[in-house]
Design a protein around this ligand. Structure first.
Ligand code: IPE
Ligand code: IPE
Ligand code: MG
Length: 251
């Protein structure tokens, strides 16, 4: 169980973001700082995934999307890719998902995953499909440009087959073809590890997300840090192009 903290008591429970996306960065530097192999950083990163999953459940977040492995990460040294694949496989314990009533979804080019990872992971997606608590979306072999290219391919095929009229394509049609179809856009995007970039993550879905960057390396990111990010989010005024006065009139 996650421990309650002072910052948590300051949160407005009626304004918890329903979808939080996280770029979990800094595992390698965390390990390097300690003279350890990068893979040890990734192992500790898995512990943080479990903590933040419980944290999201405790706070009432409905969707948690975690960037675990990007398309670009395939270009890392083979040994690190192999260590990450083994860790991804071993960290997805069915009992944990069941205990917490968590539904697992995967977004990304799963065809590129080794069969011994893809098979069990997709089976877990099936087994947890009936869970009604938090939806945890793991971005695995994912990049936004890959996803958007897939969307264009699907829509182009439909147009050729005469199933859609190009002139009538709407933003909603694009939404419906994304890997995240049916999932609301994240209100809050967090990146740990100090970098201030999106690294090809949810570019369409985060068009209007609030961005929160912190220096903490992912293995050190705590329930309290997560509460801090949500507190920061709650101090912001989301204007969606309107004026502050317009927003205040409607609230
Ligand atoms: C994030 O940590 C995890 C993955 C990208 C898989 P990094 O491995 O990128 O750690 P840093 O950024 O090198 O510290
Ligand atoms: C982004 O982190 C991908 C994940 C967290 C899985 P990276 O460490 O790969 O991103 P860059 O290379 O710093 O942009
Ligand atoms: Mg990194």
């Amino acid at each position: 169980m996650v421990q309650s903290n002072e910052i948590q008591s300051k949160l407005d429970n009626s304004r918890i973001p329903s979808h939080v996306a996280i770029i979990m960065d800094g595992n390698g530097r965390w390990a390097k700082q300690r003279g350890l192999d990068r893979s040890v950083g990734h192992q500790h990163g898995v512990d943080t995934v479990h903590t933040i999953t419980e944290s999201a459940i405790a706070l009432g977040v409905k969707y948690l999307t975690l960037y675990a492995f990007s398309t670009e990460n395939w270009n890392r040294p083979a040994a690190e890719v192999a260590a990450l694949m083994a860790l991804i496989l071993n960290s997805m314990e069915e009992s944990l998902f069941m205990k917490n009533n968590v539904r697992l979804l995967i977004i990304g080019d799963v065809e590129r995953l080794p069969e011994e990872v893809r098979g069990p992971v997709l089976k877990l997606v099936e087994r947890t499909a009936g869970n009604t608590g938090l939806t945890e979306i793991i971005a695995l072999s994912y990049s936004s440009k890959w996803e958007l290219t897939e969307v264009v391919r699907k829509i182009a095929r439909e147009a050729i087959e005469g199933k859609c009229n190009p002139e009538a394509i709407t933003e909603q049609d694009l939404d419906n073809h994304l890997a995240t179809a049916g999932i609301p856009d994240p209100e809050l995007l967090i990146r740990t590890g100090g970098e201030q970039r999106l690294s090809n993550f949810l570019l369409w879905q985060c068009a209007y997300s609030e961005l929160y960057f912190c220096d903490t390396y992912w293995p050190d990111f705590s329930h309290e840090d997560f509460c801090k990010a949500i507190f920061d989010y709650q101090q912001r005024e989301r204007r969606f192009g309107k004026t502050s006065e317009q927003i205040q009139q409607t609230t």
